[in-house]
Design a protein around this ligand. Sequence first.
Ligand code: N2P
Length: 348
Amino acid sequence: MKKTRRGMTLAVGGLMLLGLLAGCGPKKPVLHIYTWSDYVKPGLVKEFAAAHGCRVVIDTYDSNEAMYAKLKAGARGYDLLFPSSYMVKIMQDQGMLQPLRHELLPNLNNLDPDYLAMAVDKELAYSVPYTTTITCLGYLGSRVEDVEASWAMLDRADLKGRMTMLNDYRETIGAALKFLGYSLNTLDDGELAEAKEVILRWKRNIAKFENEQYKTGLASGEFLLTHGYSGDLMLVQEENEDIEIVVPREGSVLSFDDMVIPATAQQVELAHQFINFILDPRVAAEMTEFIYYLCPNQPSYELLDEEIRTDPILFPPQEVIAKLEMIHDLAEGNQKYTRLWDEIKGSE
Ligand code: N2P
């Protein structure tokens, strides 16, 4: 696949520099963003900072739970966060978010109604979809034989020690549940026990559970197959054209990562302005083309490069969408998953 846009910026620390590069002087207000790595186009952040006379500082996380734990531990300095929808619900229920002021978000009507129909917070009371993700398998086309678009690849003895899975309890338990034909939101103890057995088997066959290094590891050939996020896998295709991406036929996760303003934010108006900036069709299109996650902004689609607009991971056909499932907050039921994950992580 030919990629059209830029060189790689995988170094997480690179984004930290934005605080300096996008700066306009010490007296300017500072917008503090806490988001996933490789999740923003630096040029757009600079553009926003220049237009609003501010600085933008970005910190990154590699899972919803890491972000949540940091906030729970007392981190107060953030104005804008990008949790997945199930985490938005958890944070909203715990009073960690503030309601959005729609009068400051005139671009909200650009959101794609098809995706909005799937959103958890359909009123956009606390959150606005930023991007959509499909959790996929990526592999090296010339090095892995007899590929099946299936979670069963994680059982392959010939790939032992050369695969990774996400270090993310809902994603990885979810993958096992889909493999078994169950909902990834099940609360059935028998189904969860079966999923545990599957993951313990996979655990013995993979190199590790991991959320960031798999990208460069796949590009370099250290790993031959990795469980990962669609845009991240597409990003590393720029480095290694041998990388192929499949959505397992048993089904997988569809997520929205949403823009939310924490209750403790200092720069509430600037945070709204940033959300509204992202919702501009030209900005959304540029962002999609750079990060390879779809910003579900309807008028942006016609601005996308042909190759992106026809990409089956960014714009999956209906039969693929039908097999995807969103992770939901399970309230008390979340504990079943955390307990299972602790048991999996703790076992040899
Ligand atoms: C970005 C990963 C975000 C996708 N690097 C998770 N939904």
